[in-house]
Design a protein around this ligand. Structure first.
Ligand code: 13P
Length: 253
């Protein structure tokens, strides 16, 4: 039985007051049993959000990291630094980083190795563009991203990761994948992991769905057998909607 995992990706949103208030509201809410909850604030507010969530079950994560531990990499944050301040998670390979910042499966793979070595739980993002879906290439694109990003991992390491399937056409557009569309990709991904690693490891990997998840559509998505949580953008920026998605995860257990 996989523990559902709801994570908020705040992207480059909120100011310090808003980040503190939001993390406080989530940390102080009565969270349902049996749902893992994480927030990924902008890097500059990580410390503030960690202070607000301290002692609560809410975990905090970075939105990206560099694979080197330190050095002359202006503007970057290392996995060691995330661990040092108390982060539990790191998002890797988000489509916005792939699209705007040159992230590739190869760079995600390097970061993933380091994240696992440092004890961070990586949330590895994959997903197809609209034109790729329309051309019938979804399965191929997503499989290639997973194979490239996870290259060289042992079955034991694979069991520890989280994958987020985020169809790019559904991100921030209000166009959500139907539960059937999402489940099809999630089930394919789990079969791929099973064939590349083993049943035990593949059955442990949490596969989140991301892309316009809202309180109104969360439950039917999360009720799918291979959808083990959500990576939430816009709806994670308000405590009320984020908490409603967490409740929906509990309702489907
Ligand atoms: P939205 O929920 O705003 O569509 O964003 C999804 C996402 O990119 C989460 O990483």
């Amino acid at each position: 039985m996989r523990t559902p995992f709801i994570a908020g990706n705040w992207k480059m949103n909120l100011d310090r007051t808003g980040a503190v208030a939001l993390s406080k509201a989530i940390a102080q809410a009565t969270l349902p049993e049996g749902v893992e909850v994480g927030i990924c604030p902008p890097t500059v507010y990580l410390g503030d959000c960690l202070a607000e969530t301290d002692g609560s079950p809410v975990g905090v994560g970075g939105q990206d990291m560099h694979f080197e531990p330190n050095g002359a990499f202006t503007g970057e944050t290392s996995g060691d630094m995330l661990v040092d301040i108390g982060c539990r998670y790191v998002i890797l390979g988000h489509s916005e980083r792939r699209q705007f910042f040159g992230e590739t499966d190869a760079s995600v793979n390097k970061k993933l190795m380091v994240a696992l070595e440092k004890g961070l739980i990586p949330i590895v993002c994959v997903g197809e563009l609209l034109e790729q879906r329309e051309a019938g290439q979804t399965q191929q694109v997503v499989q290639e991203q997973v194979e490239g990003s996870l290259a060289g991992l042992t079955p034991e390491q694979v069991a520890q990761i989280v994958i987020a399937y985020e169809p790019v056409w559904a991100i921030g557009t209000g166009k959500v994948a139907t539960p059937e569309q999402a489940e099809e990709v999630h089930a394919d991904l789990r079969s791929l992991l099973e064939s590349r690693y083993n049943t035990e490891s593949s059955s442990k990997v949490r596969i989140q769905y991301g892309g316009s998840v809202k309180p109104g559509n969360a439950e039917e998505l999360l009720a799918q057998p291979n959808i083990d949580g959500a990576l939430v953008g816009g709806a994670s920026l308000q405590a009320e909607s984020f908490l409603a998605i967490i409740e929906a995860a509990q309702a489907t257990r």
